[in-house]
Ligand binder design. Structure first.
Ligand code: EPU
Length: 433
C-alpha cells in the first residue's frame, strides 16, 4: 500500500522532450470503490473486472474485510494488460461497522453506510474527519438515508444508524441540496435493497454513478434515469451477486492528455471513454491540443505551446474539479492568462504554492486563481498535497528545467497504478526514488 516516509515516496522528474506512445487509463477509482461497497448488498461471490491496483482499493478491501467479507485478486490473464479480477465473497452475516483506522485513511469509506444499513438494519461508521480540501460534511448522506427510515446517533466519533423497526429500508423521495457524487451512490445502493420506490432528485450525473446503477441492475434492482438528475429505483428485497467491469477512469485518462499539453508529442489513451469527457476535451481543444477519437482510442497531439483559457469547475457534465490541477499545470506554461474558478471544494488550491516554487505565476483570491503562463518552469523540490495535485506536479516537472522532486508520492498511489512506469512508457523521464 502507501509508501509513507520511505525513500520510494518521491517522484524524480526530468524534462525529456515530447511524449509518444499508447497507454491505458484502467478502471475508475471512483467507480471501483462504490462497486466494492455494493458487493455487501448480496451474499455470495462477486467478480469485478478492471479494478485498478491502487492504494484506495486496498483500503476499501480492508473496509469490506472488517465487515466479514473476503477479498482477493486473481492472477491477471496473460497479455490482458490489466490487473486480475477482484473477487469479493460476502457471507450471510455481516459485522456492520467501518472502523476509525480505515475511514480515517479514506473518507470514501462512507459509501458502505447505505449497503450496510440495507443489509443489516443497522450500521456503525466512523465519522470522516476534516479533509485537505475545504469542509466536506456528511449531512446529506444522513438526511437522505434518514428519509428512508434510518435514525442516526453520533457516539464516540461514530455515526450509528438504525433502521426503524429493524428494517427493511423504505423507498422515499429525496431531493439533494447539491448533486453530490458519493451521496447519490450511497442512496442508490440503499434503495436497491429497500422496500418500494425511491426517487433521487438533483442526483449526481457522473458516469461512475451510471456504472454503479448498471451493476445494481445486474444484481436485480430496477433503476431508471441513472446519468440524469432524477433517478428512480425500485428496490428488490433480495439481490444476487454481480459480475461487472469497471468503467474506464476519465480522470486518469485526462492526466495523460494534459501530459501531452505540457510536454508535447502524441499519445493515445486506448481505453478512454470520450463520451464521458466531452467538456474537458472541448477545453483542451480550445487550448490548442489536437484531440480526436479513433479506432485505437483517444489520441492527443501537441506541437507548440498551448493557449490559455478560463476554466470553471462544476458537477458533471461540467469540467470536473478533479481535472483542475492538470489544467492549472498546463496553464502555467501556456501562452496568455487563464482564470480558474473552483466551485466545489473551497480549499483546493494548496498545490498552487508548490507550482509557484517551480516558477509558475499564479495568484489566488478566494476560489479563483489567475494563472499567467511562463515560457518555462524550473525544477524544484515540491510536495504532493493530495492525489490529483501530486499528479499535476509530476506533469509540471515534464516541462521544468532540471530536476523536479515531488515528495509524498503516496498520495498519487491512492489513485494511479504505476504512474511513473506509465509515463516512462511514453518516453518521459520519471522515476520513484
Ligand atoms: N457535501 C455536503 N454534504 C454531504 C456530502 C457532500 O455538503 O453530505 C458537499 C461537499 O462538502 C462538497 C460537495 O458536496 O462541497 C461535493 O461533494 P461530493 O459529495 O460530490 O464529492 P464526493 O462524493 O465526496 C467525489 C469523488 C471526488 C471528486 C468529487 C467531485 C469519490 C470517492 N470521490 O467526492 O474524487 O472530487 O466527487 O466530483 O467518488 C478524488 O478522486 O481524489 C476525489 C476527491
Amino acid at each position: 500500500m502507501g509508501h509513507g516516509g520511505s525513500d520510494a515516496d518521491r517522484f524524480v522528474v526530468r524534462p525529456r522532450g515530447p511524449l509518444s506512445g499508447a497507454v491505458r487509463a484502467g478502471g475508475a477509482k471512483n467507480s471501483a470503490l462504490k462497486l466494492m461497497a455494493a458487493c455487501l448488498l448480496a451474499e455470495g461471490r462477486h467478480v469485478l473486472a478492471g479494478v485498478p491496483r491502487i492504494a484506495d482499493v486496498e483500503i476499501m478491501a480492508d473496509v469490506l474485510r472488517a465487515t466479514g467479507a473476503a477479498v482477493s485478486r486473481l492472477d491477471p490473464a496473460p497479455g490482458a494488460g490489466e490487473p486480475g479480477d477482484l473477487v469479493v465473497d460476502v457471507p450471510a452475516t455481516l459485522h456492520p461497522e467501518a472502523p476509525y483506522e480505515l475511514v480515517e485513511k479514506m473518507r470514501a469509506s462512507i459509501v458502505v453506510l447505505g449497503p450496510l444499513l440495507a443489509r443489516c438494519g443497522r450500521a456503525r461508521v466512523s465519522m470522516p474527519g476534516g479533509d485537505d480540501f475545504g469542509h466536506r460534511p456528511i449531512d446529506m448522506h444522513l438526511s437522505g438515508l434518514g428519509a428512508m427510515g434510518v435514525t442516526f446517533d453520533t457516539v464516540h466519533g461514530y455515526v450509528e444508524g438504525t433502521v426503524e423497526g429493524g428494517g427493511p429500508l423504505v423507498g422515499a423521495h429525496v431531493v439533494l441540496e447539491y448533486p453530490s457524487h458519493t451521496v447519490t451512490d450511497n442512496l442508490l445502493m440503499a434503495a436497491a435493497r429497500s422496500k418500494g420506490t425511491t426517487v433521487i432528485d438533483n442526483a449526481a450525473r457522473e458516469p461512475e454513478v451510471r456504472d454503479l446503477a448498471d451493476a445494481l441492475r445486474s444484481m436485480g434492482a430496477t433503476i431508471r434515469g441513472a446519468g440524469t438528475s432524477t433517478i428512480e429505483v425500485e428496490g428488490a428485497g433480495e439481490l444476487r451477486p454481480m459480475r461487472h467491469r469497471v468503467v474506464a477512469d476519465r480522470v486518469v485518462a485526462a492526466t495523460f492528455l494534459a501530459a501531452v499539453g505540457i510536454a508535447g508529442g502524441e499519445v493515445v489513451v486506448t481505453d478512454a471513454r470520450v463520451e464521458h469527457m466531452d467538456m474537458l476535451l472541448r477545453k483542451l481543444r480550445d487550448m490548442g491540443l489536437e484531440v480526436e477519437h479513433g479506432p485505437g482510442g483517444l489520441r492527443a497531439a501537441s506541437t507548440g505551446r498551448v493557449r490559455s483559457v478560463d476554466v470553471s469547475t462544476l458537477p458533471y457534465p461540467g469540467v470536473a474539479t478533479d481535472y483542475k490541477p492538470f489544467l492549472v499545470a498546463m496553464l502555467t506554461v501556456a501562452d496568455g492568462v487563464g482564470i480558474v474558478t473552483e466551485n466545489l471544494f473551497s480549499g483546493r488550491f494548496r498545490y498552487v504554492d508548490e507550482l509557484r516554487r517551480m516558477g509558475a505565476d499564479i495568484r489566488t483570491e478566494g476560489h479563483h486563481a489567475v494563472v499567467r503562463g511562463v515560457e518555462r518552469l524550473s525544477g524544484a523540490p515540491v510536495r504532493a498535497t493530495d492525489l490529483r495535485a501530486g499528479a499535476a506536479l509530476v506533469l509540471a516537472g515534464l516541462a521544468a528545467d532540471g530536476e523536479t522532486v515531488v515528495a509524498d508520492a503516496h498520495h498519487v498511489d491512492r489513485g494511479y497504478d504505476d504512474f511513473a512506469g506509465k509515463l516512462r512508457s511514453l518516453g518521459a523521464d520519471v522515476r520513484r526514488a
